[in-house]
Design a protein around this ligand. Structure first.
Ligand code: GCB
Length: 593
């Protein structure tokens, strides 16, 4: 009878799924310090889409193998007979039938666990799963995460079976919902699934969970601020930090919270796009050791100027989504390198990784290749700003992003939002995000793409006073045909801090030519950029064309678009450079930094 009730739960007006919402992971307790050995769980996983959430309703994760009569149970589920898909990947790209699927997908695999040390802890780390993810190990629900683009980790130790097969199940759900971040409506494709790496880390009982090192924000360039968090430690545990090239080798001690903090004298060569100098930084405790490459630089503002290492810099930017034909958001390191190279070819010194956190490797590559980054979370258009669930999700995502990338010299801007209407609730919401950035990372600037108030033709978003760099998205020459509006806005906007154009653009179908007043031609797009650059010259501290590549967007429905936003300077397949590409290239060459 009780099994029957599960099938009729909707008649009883209860939500049997809500019981799976209780476990959440604390964003500040994730394993962030990854510069150590890992065991990859990438590869083929058994997979099914689960349209009615039957897996949860019928508790298939309990994996009862036989009943009293010896029958194989559950009757309707047989993990090992499911098809297999590649992890990481977006399920939309795995099979034609899954292209528009929004709902739950279940991934499962087993792995053999052989302990290597008596006190070892095992941590599962996921690069990203869009949007919600629940994790089961050997029939137990052990973790839950929301937010489709940031990493999270779950400790497996307590529930692992040594010297035996262990079953891992990930239930990932990409259903759009009004209280999420992003919400129901946005201008990109909602790829679902586990699309970044899944790894196991073996760590000792006391392990280095996080290590944060940067030039102290004092404008002197001779002090490094370090903060190392040791999980499982009390006070007085020794922690060593070494930077051989700076002849730096110090021993610190943890406080009662397991945190070792200090300021150290050192004068590193400064990182910049022209000289992306990285230092090998080693952190160790008695039983643990991590190593990563870190660059040191200062990013500050002075009045309207943006300063990199004390020198004024104009941000020659470009925006970019994370997408590759046929594979959705599952870019390989070679794809990522190509993206940065193509931004460099355009003459950029900064990329806006819009509108959500891109893969962690982008920032590692940008560090190595000398590209500045603006990173952001999908606080995009209208959200339920007054809703505590939405607030918690945005704060989680912001925390996870900052924690993930605060050692990356390339990252100079944290973006807290994009085109959000100025209301009281939204202002509080955004201020909380700015506070998180400043608390976790006082060394970088904050920004947001603000709305222009077209009634009074100026930027008067109240958020401007809380962010370091004000950014505006404006589409004069496209959504507004008359360019003069741009000149008026720039003239009317009186700010005491830097202003950048964080987006502007026009759709052009790759290879479609015509007169420069004809919409959707490459000529029109090129002309639009010429006008924009002319009109904004001298009034801004940065310019970010929207966008490097065409991208998929189900809200773009005319005959030129057909499911794509065509504002790319380069075609969707990343091969054809449109005419506007040359305009931006020439412009970038002409701006000297
Ligand atoms: C915007 C949005 C961006 C869109 C773009 C457009 O303002 O921030 O996500 O894709 O405009 O093409 O309309």
């Amino acid at each position: 009878m009780s099994t029957m009730l599960q099938d009729y739960d909707h008649l009883l007006n209860i939500d049997p799924l809500s019981q799976y919402d209780i476990l959440t992971t604390n964003p500040e307790s994730h394993l962030n310090a990854l510069g150590r050995c890992k065991e990859s769980l990438n590869g083929r996983w058994h997979f099914t889409v689960d349209v009615y959430d039957t897996f949860l309703r019928k508790k298939f994760f309990e994996e009862r193998v036989t009943d009293a009569q010896g029958r194989a149970l559950p009757v309707d589920c047989d993990f090992d007979q499911w098809e297999t898909v590649e992890v990481p990947s977006n399920w939309n790209c795995q099979k034609k039938e899954y292209w528009y699927f929004e709902g739950s997908g279940i991934y499962t695999r087993t792995f053999h666990y052989v302990p290597k040390a008596p006190d070892e802890r095992v941590i599962l780390h996921l690069g990203a799963a869009n949007y919600g993810c629940r994790v089961w190990l050997n029939t137990r629900l052990i973790g839950r995460h929301t937010g489709g683009f940031t990493p999270f980790s779950v400790e497996l130790t307590q529930h692992l079976k040594p010297n035996a097969g262990n079953r891992l199940i990930l239930e990932v759900n990409n259903t759009r919902s009004v209280d999420q971040v992003p919400s129901l409506n946005y201008d990109w494709f909602n790829y679902g699934g586990v699309f970044r790496s899944v790894d196991l880390y073996r760590v000792p009982a006391c392990y280095i969970r996080d290590s944060y090192i940067a030039l102290a924000p004092n404008n002197r360039y001779d002090t490094l601020a370090v903060e190392i968090t040791v999980d499982g430690a009390g006070s007085g545990i020794p922690v060593w930090l070494e930077i051989p090239e700076l002849s730096l080798s110090v021993m610190l001690h943890t406080d009662a919270f397991g945190v070792a903090k200090s300021e150290l004298t050192a004068k590193p060569q400064l990182w910049s796009p022209q000289n992306p100098k990285l230092y090998r930084v080693m952190v160790s405790t008695e039983g643990d050791r991590i190593e990563e490459l870190v660059g040191f630089r200062q990013i500050t503002t002075l009045g309207k100027k943006i300063l990199l290492n004390g020198q004024e810099i104009f941000l020659k930017g470009v925006c970019c989504h994370e997408e590759i034909p046929e594979r959705g958001r599952a870019l390989t390191p070679a794809d990522q390198r190509q993206v940065i190279l193509q931004a460099k070819e355009l003459g950029c010194n900064i990329m806006r990784l819009s509108h959500y956190p891109h893969d962690r490797n982008m920032a590692l590559l940008a560090d190595e290749m000398g590209m500045l980054l603006w990173e952001e979370i999908p606080v995009y258009w209208a959200l339920c700003f007054e809703n505590p669930t939405t607030q918690a999700s945005a704060q989680n995502q912001m925390t996870e992003l900052v924690m993930r990338d605060r050692n990356r010299a390339s990252v100079v801007l944290w973006g807290v939002g994009n085109e959000n209407p100025d209301t009281e609730a939204r202002l509080d919401f955004m201020r909380a995000l700015v506070d998180i950035c400043k608390r976790l990372d006082p060394t970088r600037l904050t920004t947001a793409a603000c709305l222009v108030d077209i009634d009074v033709m100026t930027v008067r978003d109240r958020l401007c006073q809380y962010i370091d760099v004000v950014a505006i998205n404006e589409y004069y020459g496209w959504y507004y045909r008359d360019y003069t509006g741009l000149a008026t806005i720039l003239e009317n906007t009186k700010l005491d801090r830097p202003l950048v154009i964080s987006e502007t653009g026009a759709d052009a179908l790759s290879g479609h030519h015509g007169m420069d007043e004809e919409l959707f031609t490459e000529e029109h797009q090129a002309k639009m950029y010429q006008k924009q650059l002319e009109l904004s010259e001298g009034s801004i501290q940065g310019f970010f064309p929207w966008i490097l590549y065409d991208f998929r967007s189900p809200i773009r429905l005319n005959s030129y678009q057909q499911g794509f936003n065509r504002k790319g300077l380069i075609s969707y397949d990343k091969t054809h450079r449109k005419l506007a590409h040359r305009v931006i290239q020439d412009y970038s060459c002409s701006v000297k930094n």
